[in-house]
Design a protein around this ligand. Structure first.
Ligand code: SF4
Ligand code: SF4
Length: 471
């Protein structure tokens, strides 16, 4: 029944295979020779299977856990250096016809104000985001064929890309909207989107159906097979994610890796990103009513094991998590974080953070300038790079560059050039001082002499007012 190459949800996310895997993991969680073998394989940086990674997740030996963290940190540095890519979510509309029991936008919530941005309001949001320094957005909208049809989403993308305010520009728009048709995915591709992101929420079919009692999202197979349709529509960068806290985390972890294996088996390219959101409080949602909440320690272990199991896949964490948790997981493999997020519709154009239409409580409420400074103070390079998508480095082209290690020759200088733009246009004097020092040091760390010299030239040009250089 289990077949990673199948296009049927229940065959590539096969319940029996997950149950067997969890049983195998339990049986082997103290099998140190096997665990050492798996860790040795992981050191080759070619990833792990869902079974192997599940054994490591089940293992509770503190020494092994230390080794897992150490290895995740090494792999993170090997593939992503000390760079962290920055992005912000942009909520377009909270109209939604679905009945998801964990999200305050569910249809039965009659007291939450419903809002949908007009194109003028989208422009205002984009200007506010550009004024902070953002270059990369993830747009979010509820599922509502009447209020948020695909044409509305396409109009918003067009508006976002069209706004050139001062030196600002949104250079990459990732899209997080409901599962849709191949035809609509094709339209999104033509609109120039970066990654198509769709959270699975849970891979456990029975729970999925209970958690989504009404609306089109109730259809587990249609939702789970969405990435295959997106790829058929020409989108080759897709982003997975489960909402940790809804189901048993070991089940979700295994399902997520099986989904990645399926994409690789069928399309020759795994997920571009994996997001790791955890269930949070919001309006009429109380996370304690769900039985599967995970501790910060388990969350960190999951992040480390995703990094080890799929080294080429970017990992994203949002402002759902506190500064403390973000600090820990950045060192274990997270490669992208949001900063200064507002999770309400129209939130960026407001002076004060509005909470009436928030999708979830924001734990990390620092400004983008503060997050950028904090990253640099902890020896990370904040990157506003969007180069790959604009250079056509997507899908298997991106993955082969990534696997050969060549992408590093682009990421590092691009991080410095885009950080320099941020410092020139948006940073506070204190952040700027720290950043200038970091750029001067890090430019010298570019190994290739020619690249180093070109990068220095670009940084110099940015200082003199020119923008948008990239490798
Ligand atoms: S999670 Fe998405 S589909 Fe579900 S209620 Fe919220 S906005 Fe709607
Ligand atoms: S060069 Fe490509 S992979 Fe590297 S940070 Fe930029 S967009 Fe990402």
């Amino acid at each position: 029944m289990y077949d990673p190459k199948s296009l049927k949800a229940e065959e590539f996310i096969c319940h029996e295979e997950i149950e067997d895997t969890l049983k195998y993991a339990d049986e082997n969680k103290d099998n140190l020779p096997l665990i050492r073998e798996i860790l040795d394989k992981a050191r080759l940086c070619k990833g792990l299977s869902h079974r192997e990674a599940s054994v490591l997740l089940a293992c509770e030996d503190p020494e092994i856990l230390d080794e897992i963290y150490k290895l995740a940190n090494e792999i993170k540095h090997k593939f992503y250096g000390n760079r962290i890519v920055m992005f912000a979510p942009l909520y377009l509309s909270n109209y939604c016809v679905n009945g998801c029991t964990y999200c305050p936008y569910h249809r039965q919530n009659h007291h939450i104000p419903r809002r949908k941005l007009t194109q003028e309001e989208v422009a205002k949001e984009v200007i506010a985001l550009q004024d902070m320094g953002h270059k990369r957005l993830a747009i979010e909208a509820g599922e509502d064929p009447v209020n948020n049809p695909i044409e509305y989403i396409l109009d918003c993308i067009k508006t976002i890309y069209s706004i050139q305010h001062k030196n600002g520009a949104i250079r990459r728009v990732n899209v997080n909207i409901a599962a849709t048709t191949v035809e609509n995915y094709r339209k999104l591709k033509e609109a120039g989107i970066g990654t198509y992101i769709l959270f699975q929420e849970t891979y456990h079919k029975e729970s999925y159906e209970k958690l989504h009692p009404t609306g089109p999202k109730h259809n587990y197979a249609y939702h789970t097979e969405a990435m295959d349709r997106a790829m058929e529509g020409g989108i080759d960068d897709v982003g997975l994610g489960v909402l940790y806290g809804l189901e048993m985390y070991r089940y979700e972890f295994c399902g997520q890796l099986m989904h990645a294996e399926h994409l690789e088996a069928v399309h020759g390219v795994g997920p571009h990103t994996i997001s790791v959101p955890r269930l949070k409080k919001a309006d009429d949602i109380d996370p304690t009513k769900f039985d599967n909440g995970i501790s910060d320690e388990t969350f960190a272990k999951i992040c480390a094991l995703i990094r080890i199991a799929v080294p080429y896949t970017g990992m994203i964490i949002s402002t759902r998590e506190s500064q403390k948790v973000r600090a820990q997981v950045i060192n274990l493999g997270v490669s992208q974080i949001s900063g200064a997020s507002r999770t309400s519709v129209g939130g960026y154009a407001e002076e004060e953070r509005p909470t009436d239409t928030e999708q979830f409580d924001v734990s990390d409420q620092r400004s983008l300038d503060e997050v950028v400074r904090w990253l640099m103070e902890t020896d990370h390079i904040p990157s506003f790079c969007t180069a790959c998508y604009r250079e056509g480095r997507t899908g298997d082209r991106f993955m082969s560059l990534c696997k050969s290690g060549q992408i590093q020759n682009c990421c590092h200088p691009n991080a410095l050039i885009t950080l320099k733009e941020f410092l020139e246009d948006y940073a506070s004097p204190e952040t700027k001082a720290i950043g200038e020092k970091m750029i001067a040091q890090e430019l010298e760390n570019i190994p290739n002499e020619k690249t180093r010299s070109i990068a220095k030239g670009y940084v110099e040009k940015v200082a003199h007012g020119e923008r948008d250089f990239r490798f």
